[in-house]
Write a protein that binds this ligand. Structure first.
Ligand SMILES: [Zn+2]
Length: 246
């Protein structure tokens, strides 16, 4: 299984980062993608993935940090940097002016286009505007990370060619809408992501999430789609390998 989205540089992993990584590999996680969300994390991210063959990273500026935007095109050439992101729009916390969020979103889409790497889109309570912006960009590929919108928008993003990132909220009792999305979209368009340390699975609500918990997402999707966990991991691993070239 591949965890296509986590934040291992988060300080909640400071005391046991190595153990968390080793536990993930021991439990059958084969590859991990470490997502950076702001410039001060990029070097650390790269250092981490140089230490492990099967950890890859991405560089991006999260909408919460949109005001820290700098052009980072030149940093993306390293072969361990497999995507641009996460970036996008966040109207939930909405701590940065929507206009600035949109500008910084577009700048990073331009970077991805120039460098020809996939994008990791953060879109929270902002699907209408995210879709509007993404639909103006042709020939980009990527994932709408931690998908949390409606089936209608799931289908719209799929039609643009994007994958949907499915996270541990799919295991929450109240997540019928998300389970309905999973049921109705092809497994060939789904990526598994923990977003660790955030959003732990139901079994560990209130605790720290970690990459080895990706199995709870695979298990839930297997149940929804009436497949084996092996089939779910085989297909979603292939999706990740194709999209990120890993
Ligand atoms: Zn994230």
């Amino acid at each position: 299984m591949i965890d296509t989205h986590c934040h291992l540089l988060d300080e909640s992993f400071n005391s046991d980062r190595k153990e968390v990584i080793e536990r993930a590999f021991a439990e059958g996680i084969t590859k991990i993608i470490e997502i950076s969300v702001e410039p001060s994390l990029w070097q650390g991210s790269l250092d981490l993935c140089r230490r492990y063959n099967n950890i890859f990273c991405t560089f991006g500026i999260h909408p919460h940090d949109a005001e820290k935007y700098v052009d980072y095109t030149h940093l993306l050439k390293d072969e361990k940097v497999v995507a641009v992101g996460e970036f996008g729009l966040d109207y939930h916390r909405n701590n940065v002016d929507k206009k600035i969020q949109a500008e910084v979103f577009e700048k990073q889409l331009d970077i991805a286009k120039k460098i020809n790497k996939p994008v990791i889109i953060h879109s929270r309570e902002a699907e209408v505007d995210s879709y509007k912006i993404l639909s103006q960009y042709k020939n980009l590929r990527g994932v709408v990370h931690c998908f949390s919108s409606t089936l209608e928008y799931a289908e719209k993003f799929l039609a643009l060619g994007y994958y949907l990132g499915i996270d541990c909220p799919v295991t929450y009792p109240k997540a019928d809408n998300l389970r309905d999305v999973v049921k109705n979209v092809p497994l060939e368009k789904i990526l598994l992501e923990t977003d660790a340390p955030y959003l732990p699975p139901q079994k560990f609500r209130g605790k720290r999430n970690e990459p080895s918990y990706i199995k709870f997402i695979a298990e839930e999707i297997a149940k929804i789609k009436n497949l084996s966990i092996d089939e779910v991991s085989k297909i979603t691993d292939n999706n990740a390998e194709v999209l990120f070239g890993i």
